[in-house]
Design a protein around this ligand. Sequence first.
Ligand code: ANZ
Ligand code: ZN
Length: 821
Amino acid sequence: MEYNPKEIEKKWQTFWSENKSFEPLDDKQKDKKYILSMFPYPSGRIHMGHVRNYCLGDAFARYYRKAGFNVLHPIGWDSFGMPAENAAIKHKSHPKKWTYENIDYMREELRSLGLSFSEEREFATSDELYTKWEQEFIIKMYESGLLYRKSTTVNWCEPCHTVLANEQVEEGCCWRCGTPVEQKQMPGYYIEITKYAQELLDDLKLLEGSWPSQVLTMQENWIGRSEGLEFTLELSENSLFKLDKNFSSFDVFTTRPDTIYGMSYSALAPEHPIVKYIVDNKLLPEDKISAIKSMQKVSERDRATQDKEGVSLEIDVIHPLTGELIPVWVANFVLASYGGGAVMAVPAHDQRDFEFAKKYNLPIKQVILGKEGILENQTEAYTQEGELINSESFSSLKNNKAKKAIIYHFEQNSLGKKQVNFKLRDWGVSRQRYWGAPVPFVHCDDCGLVPEKIENLPISLPDDIEITGHGNPLDTHESWKKCTCPKCGKEATRETDTLDTFVQSSWYFLRYATDPKKWQTEGISKEDSDYWMNVDQYIGGIEHAILHLLYARFFTKVLNDLGYTQSREPFKQLLTQGMVLKDGAKMSKSKGNVVDPDLIMDKYGADTARLFILFAAPPTKELEWNDSAVDGAFKFIKKFVQRSAYVTKESAQNFKNIEHSSLSKDEKDARRKVYEALKRADDVFNKTYTFNTLIAGAMEALNALQAQDNELVWAEGYYILTNILEPIIPHTCWELSDKLFNRINFDTKIEVKEEVFELDSIIIAVTINGKKRCEIEVSPSATKDEVLNQAKQAATKWLEGKEIIKEIVVPNKLVNLVIKG
Ligand code: ANZ
Ligand code: ZN
């Protein structure tokens, strides 16, 4: 039998498609598995990362289908986003054309890998039908108060007339034209993810053991919960007058109320309203004003890597406990959007405050006494535990106790309150771009911001646009913008912002779970999603550890609250795959080390690519591309196919009658290896995911089969190996099982026969005074005395004339004899 991958792969791919072999059943009584690999962005061609991602998912899907589950294994396209617009600018094409042509091409590439996707559930997130439901969710969120519009500072490039994401700002300049980026106030839409911060944090506990702990930690840090004290700093009398009584105080948040007696200055963010007022009204000398202005121009992100910088604002606040005057500065390390955008600075115990105080010669006052005692000429902040000093009645308390005592004191005296803060910010979903889902709102002179009527959805993108790279093409499309107000019917203007593509990937798994027959009339079918959700196995790159996975968790909770699904945590198990490397580096065009999956499939066929990818490394580890290992994978399959010739018709029908006890040692060995591989398969798919060990086991089993020539053992071996390898090399295994066995009955589960693991004899070591002297071969049923006698006989020459004072038998392993002299 010859191995001809081109022929058999085409044959089975056509068969699967024509027979709809991989459509999930409409039978909610059946146990289900929902297997999902993160859907691809249609960038043009698939790369090895995709191959790894989808081959892993496919192995799970095929395994569970064989194990009798109703399996949902869908695919689609995350098809909105910037690259389509950039390609349109570069190649003078249309983003839509570019996107859908790429999808058609990549669909064929995935198909030729033989992936067992449901074809009926495929969609692209740029499909109008998808946009329609997404816009409905957005309106529902607006109506429930979860989505709002506000003005904030954004990165703005004037020549390109566009907002830039942080990632598009390179050393303070626009990535496209190189112009220095400005900070500009711009209105945008936000979803209040912060309302779910505590739940998003708490529910990480439910995922322990099922998600990689690294991902859980990253999410926890991103959510960034901290507990502390929020209190008000009152401005001094003089300062009040300086600010024309427009301000009387500001709030600060501290996680270290125990250090409050060490506050020697206070610092405001450059965007703080008091700073703005001072700048706008020129209440400081010219040079200070311009220094503040240049601080404001730097983005928050870049400030993080700058040296500490600040300007004294020439105003004071009153220390809430001592009544001392405390100077107020503006500082580049204070974030406008955290706490109140202001800090009490304690240079003795906070490193940033320390560096700033050193630079500007501000007092440093120690209030925590640690192991190092009184600190003189401090070179860095003391951030460890200790006892309070210089803290009036709180002195000598341990600092953790003092935290609570000081918060209590503030609360009792109505000076402040215990406060929980999160790093997590509300999710800005506005993009000033064309190729996205339009935000479904209308601006009316009389009614203000009005959501579109549900029956008018979707608000589709106009096709006749001019993409220049300058600004949002929707902004200049006058006829598209013109509309009527859904509320009062007067002429109004359409919103031209489109939604962040992360919105689309936040609910696509719920869409797949909805029967496509309902797609016209429902966005998410609760009935269907209650059956299919949660995703049993989610597979994707670690680069999505934070944003995508957090937004998807968040959206699921919101859609649950809105009644669309019973699910509240969408992904039960998460597998984050490692990267595919070549010559030790990530494959990338710029490094010129890309291996094109199409070429590999062309040369060797899909099964070789699949086998190599799952054999070369465990899924979570990096995978180094290796041409000779690819060749090795091909040779294994070829051998597997060729040797199948030893399986005769009669043996294929009769192998179930093997009488184990009558087999020779080689025959028994071969059988044992086959069953070991079978046993391992369940473990690998359900627990360890080490497909490499499963494949290695199958290879060993094939070698062991070759070392014997019992036809029945050959046939049984092939029956089992084709079964366990089918999730990995499906074309080959469908072909063999079809040729050799009756494919119709092929999916029945094979029982593991324990008799196969019973050994005829066991090798046992004999040691004398702990030193190994010889080995004996004993029957597994031998009694302790029989084993001992055999051991003594074998070791006669070491025992002659010696007295045995102790005999130890470790069953199946070892006999140790202790002798005297
Ligand atoms: C005084 C202090 C003393 C602080 C000390 C720390 C150590 P988390 O919540 O963990 O990030 N802080 C507060 N608001 C800030 C802002 N808008 N920008 C920059 N820093 C800000 O830490 C909160 C701590 O970060 C707060 O506690 C505050 O400094 C600072 F020995 O207050 B701390
Ligand atoms: Zn109106």
